[in-house]
Design a protein around this ligand. Sequence first.
Ligand SMILES: Cc1ncc(COP(=O)(O)O)c(C=O)c1O
Length: 460
Amino acid sequence: MDQPTIPNSDAARDVAYLMHPYTNARRHEDLGPVVIERGDGVYVYDDQGKKYIEGLAGLWSVAVGFGEERLVNAATEQMRKLPFYHLFAHRSHSPAIQLSERLVSMTPDRLQKTFFTNSGSEANDTVIKIVRFYNNAIGRPEKKKIISRLRGYHGINVASGSLTGLPLNHADFDLPIDGILHVSCPHHYRQALDGESEEDFATRLAAELDERIVQEGPETVAAFIGEPVMGAGGVIVPPATYWQKIQDVCRKHDVLVIADEVITGFGRLGTPFGCDSFDIDPDIMVLSKQLSSSYQPLAAVLFTDEIYQAVADNTNRLGSFGHGYTAGGHPVATAVALENLNIIEERQLVGNAAELGPYMQKALRSFSDHPLVGEVRGTGLIGAVELVANKASKTPFEPKMQVGGFLGERAMEQGLIIRPLLDTIAFCPPLIINRQQIDDMIECFATALDQTAKHVETVT
Ligand SMILES: Cc1ncc(COP(=O)(O)O)c(C=O)c1O
């Protein structure tokens, strides 16, 4: 089986950086769980009654905040009316139809058809299958490889987990599967050459992609997948002109562009979709999380009419489209999603992210001079602070020190839940957050960061 493909030494350094051997670490079973009992707005409460700001919106997902009665009502009404029906064998139901129409009208024009799943991982497995089915349908059985990126996150199933470019999601799971390739992560801070501008870095990454496609044979490469802004890999905003250059390479080789908007969809970056922020014109888009604010499990794959038509014709030839999930497009989940999208629209939460995003980014950047902080990055209402042992050389901390984890625990003591991705601390609050709550979040983080600095002093 193929091992993760390490295309150049920058990428190898990236992998080495992420592949932390957790020797001497505390055992995971000693770390919790913290039992969260209820939520209200941007806050959650544990079983001891302690209140936390949910600085990661759960898992990058609860756009409208916790305890939203309108979503409870939407679910209840739908449960009474039609608690379950499926979308197999020429059946459908009105919440799925309405949601599909709504998504088609909201997303870039070329995306005309929707396929529902229960999770982002299932959605990306579906994408891989649709890409294969499509290329078989149009007589290109060789054109099947999919190119993803190191540090990208696209899910956890055998296929979607292979798209993911994080070593810990591959190690000992015998992933990735054949036919999935990884190119460099567009992280200027860690991957750019000395003195390389963002644009030159983007040009180099596009050239790397071009070379890789040529080396593999363009007739074998079907698609390129990326998150407009990487989330779980460390909140990585691509360098200026990156997406334009990457798309040019894809178009040149007739390679489909897949935008995984599971985190960036529905306003996270201050625009309706990440594609709007970066001028991406995708052939396929993947949505989840803020789609239903994760009140119900739901994801959607949107694709072009051209792909749909080929899939439909092949389905007619074969007699059936042999793919689907029992609960895919579940009526309760789709009804909740419709109401969630109403709330996002009525309360202008995309606008809130556009207005408060720069405020949060500015506040986070106030930590740039802190001795522990290597880089502050982000856009809209998603950001990250990367901790380093040495600012000048960007040297990471020894993994076994678990500095990010230590900070995460101090933040929780302060009443803030954020997410340490190794030593990168991620922020992604609910889209309903206000200025005062951002100030509170930053204050808790500042205290936790200083406590962490003192701790580091004592142990080094
Ligand atoms: C960009 C992206 N794609 C896919 C997924 C997988 O979604 P799920 O956890 O619902 O399977 C995630 C989850 O965090 C994600 O961030």
